[in-house]
Design a protein around this ligand. Structure first.
Ligand SMILES: [Zn+2]
Length: 94
């Protein structure tokens, strides 16, 4: 228990996304795999919220890098199909 705290700070910045979890009670930043606050012992938001935040972060990352997840691909395919159907219907009308 000497310098592990120091290595944690800023240690996750390279490449991987930083998942920040904050204690709802004392607002101290936590490791995302902690179940309880290491400062005050308060229970942390939990896996569901972390999962949600990760998903949002992944979406943001995908937008930045141009990568598209499978879900997004199927969503895009659906959007394209709708767009195509719209165009076809408007074409046939005019
Ligand atoms: Zn706390």
């Amino acid at each position: 228990m000497s310098v592990s705290g120091a290595t944690f700070i800023g240690g996750r910045c390279n490449g991987d996304l930083i998942h920040m979890v904050f204690c709802t009670d004392c607002a101290q930043q936590q490791e995302d795999d902690q179940k309880f606050c290491r400062f005050c012992g308060e229970r942390l938001p939990g896996a569901a919220l972390v999962q949600q935040l990760r998903q949002e972060a992944a979406n943001i990352k995908a937008q930045k890098t141009g990568e598209v997840t499978q879900t997004q691909q199927s969503n895009l395919a659906t959007l394209k199909a709708i767009e195509l159907a719209r165009q076809q219907s408007s074409n046939s009308q005019s």
